[in-house]
Write a protein that binds this ligand. Structure first.
Ligand code: PHE
Ligand code: NA
Length: 506
């Protein structure tokens, strides 16, 4: 007998899990700096435009595909049209690549949660991070010198995550999100309130919110807003396709999407306030300008924040809350990316939960442990991240929209499916936003990015290095996506044997 498809037991659990996926490192360390760099308070205008004209319409698009075709990305796209299966595997492979390094950042963050108690970085957080902690080599190459202080927490991150995945959608994913997401919100709110009381916080907020209106005339600012929204809402990766395939048949899709979209944005704006209050404090404490302290990404989390923890009153608490938030925000996102892959393998083989989870996660954990906790792992992570985000996600979303809406003209069918069960009805405006505005913006982003990456070596790394981990990795994803879509579906697979779907297909 075929394995029954798992479900989220309530709409609330689905919403929690979808928000858990959306709220990730991007909200905490990426948004504040992107907003600050691109016009400060004025950035909210392109940001809201991007959210309403592309982010939420594509979120509805992902939900509609996953829910109507009730499958992982390869199965849902295959049911939509035979050749589209390749697109599903492309999204699965993008998730594969992201997951192997995302786990590494969670491992670093868990170590820094512990380091916060003793302020282990002493008075030079940068030297500590690059030297004592990462033991980073000066040569940009691939070494097999492992750093035990990272290997061990990374193994623990994988074990915990595998434990959640094996337990399944209801008992694992939904339950983990039901615990971690509220915990994350409570911790983060305490962190933000505490940061607002630091001396100098107001200067940070002024720097963050002061609008530079001339930024609105700059196309790069608009591209940054759209790029951030796609990443932040996790659209175009297969994540929302997969999660919505576990929803009961009669679920308000658009109502849920609006909750998820606005919750994600609320969290990032809160993060902007907290992060810039803390940066304002640092400027105040060191007698420098806020502009000199403002950074994002790894530099913000592992260099600037430790300095804040060292200087601030009750700094240890700030550190534990900040790094703990990164861990919880990261784990709930990691689970969602892994589920894209596990679900795809489950559907294609008609396999059970445990088998599919092990076949997927054990090789991934091994790749993650071999490539990243080494003296050169930071370089690999940096290149892989830059290429997979700019090309993988953007190209995946662009091709999906073109194939589904323009080649196979499924918009009316998707709209009817959504409108039958949802509170917020989709009309002609959705066609224009999902079908015209979004692909134009995505194509613009893809083209400018290809030009930028081919005209100068990414991050100044050697050409062979970016060739292997950037261009080579991207090309390998295309080849593997095609190969995987030619592997026949097993007789037991959901494509060939799914009485539940046959009973409800419309
Ligand atoms: N939406 C996530 C964020 O803002 C990004 C993400 C989700 C990345 C899931 C990978 C996997 O951080
Ligand atoms: Na996000």
């Amino acid at each position: 007998t075929p394995v029954r498809r798992e479900t989220f037991n309530s709409r609330r659990l689905f919403i929690f899990s979808a928000i858990g996926s959306a709220v990730g490192l991007g909200n905490i360390w990426r948004f504040p700096y992107v907003a600050y760099e691109n016009g400060g308070g004025a950035f909210l205008i392109p940001y809201l435009c991007a959210l309403l004209t592309a982010g939420i319409p594509l979120l509805f698009f992902d939900y509609a595909i996953g829910h109507k075709f009730r499958g992982s990305a390869p199965l849902a796209f295959r049911r939509l049209a035979r050749p589209a299966e390749t697109l599903g595997w492309w999204q699965v492979l993008v998730c594969f690549v992201i997951a192997v390094y995302y786990a590494v950042i969670i491992a670093w963050s868990s170590m820094y949660t512990i380091f916060s108690f003793t302020k282990a970085w002493g008075d030079d957080p940068e030297k500590f991070f690059m030297g004592d902690f990462l033991k980073r080599s000066d040569d940009v190459t691939v070494s097999m010198d492992f750093v035990p202080g990272i290997v061990i927490p990374l193994i623990i991150v994988w074990l915990v995550t595998i434990g959640i995945m094996v337990a399944g959608v209801g008992k694992g994913i939904a339950r983990a999100n039901a615990i971690f997401l509220p915990l994350l919100v409570v911790m983060f709110v305490i962190l933000v309130v505490q940061s607002l009381f630091l001396p100098g916080a107001v200067d940070g907020l002024n720097a963050f919110f002061t609008p530079s209106w001339e930024a609105l005339g700059n196309p790069a600012v608009w591209a940054a807003a759209y790029g951030h929204i796609f990443f932040s809402l996790s659209v175009g990766f297969g994540i929302m396709v997969t999660y919505s395939s576990y929803l009961k048949r009669k679920t308000d899709l658009t109502g849920s999407g609006l909750v998820v979209g606005f919750a994600n944005s609320a969290f990032e704006i809160l993060a902007g306030i907290g992060v810039f209050a803390a940066i304002g404090f640092m400027a105040h404490a060191s007698g420098t300008a806020v502009a000199d302290q403002a950074t994002g990404g790894i530099g913000l989390a592992f260099i600037a924040f430790p300095a804040i923890v060292s200087e601030a009153p009750a700094g240890q608490l700030i550190g534990v809350l900040f790094f703990g938030s990164l861990v919880f925000a990261g784990i709930t996102s990691l689970i969602s990316i892994l589920e894209v892959i596990v679900a795809a393998v489950q559907d294609k083989l008609g396999a059970g939960r445990t088998f599919a989870t092990m076949v997927v996660t054990i090789p991934m954990a091994i790749i993650s442990i071999v490539l990243f906790p080494t003296t050169t792992g930071l370089y690999v992570l940096d290149t892989v991240d830059a290429f997979v985000n700019q090309f993988g996600i953007v190209a995946g979303a662009l091709v999906a929209v073109i194939v589904v809406l323009w080649i196979y003209r499924k918009l009316p069918a998707l709209r009817d499916h959504v409108n039958r069960i949802s509170s917020f009805k989709l009309g002609g405006f959705w066609y224009v936003l999902a079908g015209v505005v979004s692909p134009i913006v995505l194509a613009y982003m893809l083209i400018t990015e290809v030009i930028a990456k081919s005209s100068e070596s990414y991050s100044g790394y050697p050409a062979w290095f970016n060739g292997v981990f950037g261009w080579g990795m991207s090309a390998a994803l295309i080849v593997f996506a095609v190969l995987l879509s030619f592997i026949p579906w097993s007789a037991n697979s959901k494509l060939n044997n799914d009485p539940e779907f046959d009973a409800i297909r419309d």
